[in-house]
Ligand binder design. Structure first.
Ligand code: SF4
Length: 223
């Protein structure tokens, strides 16, 4: 039943047109492309949630990348952030393969799904407050449908704020590998986003990144 509701939610997301400026932008990106992807037919639509709706790990990202998920149609697929994310998921047993390159690459997630604060790529990766407000009901619906989540991993402050707003939680400190307990043993973990801005400047190092997923694994396995 939750799979049906999950698929229906994903259809609503893909067909959403609530932010006309973003829709125009992602379609324009899909027409212009970049040289290295000029042979691609860009997805150029809102990007749906990806993974197992029964999963106990929910990963909340910022938004699709203009030439990553907006090109491939799958969250975190086809860009540098995704390379870090899927490698870490694979190494900790949440993903079937270490790289995610296209919709038909065979990738599956185990006990885990990926969603985002907004589902359309925003210019310069910077959503406006209006975009976030428009898209928040999808995050709320996602978390309502996915009823087995034990760990909510927020990649970056904007994702964390989006989650807090869904639950109407007060301001809480954000930091890398910071934990916030919820009722029933569930918890929120915050992490720096694996954007190039963070990984190429050394703000986020691989050891600190993989530690986040090792901690998620440890919590879910009850160690
Ligand atoms: S950002 Fe969200 S609310 Fe806005 S058009 Fe895309 S899917 Fe719809």
């Amino acid at each position: 039943m939750s799979d049906e509701r999950w698929n229906e939610l994903n259809r609503r997301i893909v067909n959403c047109r609530q932010c006309p400026d973003l829709i125009e932008y992602i379609q324009d990106v899909g027409r212009r492309k970049v040289r290295r992807f000029r042979d691609w037919q860009y997805w150029a639509r809102p990007v749906p949630n990806f993974g197992d709706p029964q999963g106990r790990l929910a990963i909340i990202g910022l938004a699709p990348g203009a030439h990553g998920a907006n090109r491939t149609g799958r969250m975190f697929t086809g860009d540098d952030s995704g390379r870090w994310l899927y490698r870490a998921l694979y190494e900790t047993g949440f993903a079937s393969q270490p790289e995610s390159s296209a919709l038909d690459d065979g990738m599956t997630l185990h006990d885990c799904f990926i969603t985002a604060a907004i589902h359309c790529a925003p210019p310069k990766n910077k959503p406006t407050r209006t975009h976030l407000d428009h898209c928040r009901p999808y995050l709320a619906d996602t978390l309502r449908i996915a009823g087995r989540v034990q760990v909510y991993l927020c990649l970056g402050r904007i994702a964390f704020d989006a989650l807090r707003k869904v639950w109407q939680l007060p301001p809480m400190p954000f930091g890398h590998l910071r934990e916030h307990p919820l009722e029933n043993g569930r918890r929120v973990i915050t992490s720096y986003h694996p954007s190039r801005q963070n990984t190429q400047t050394g703000r986020l190092r691989w050891d600190d990144w993989i530690a986040v997923f090792q901690r998620c694994r440890q919590l879910l396995d009850g160690e």
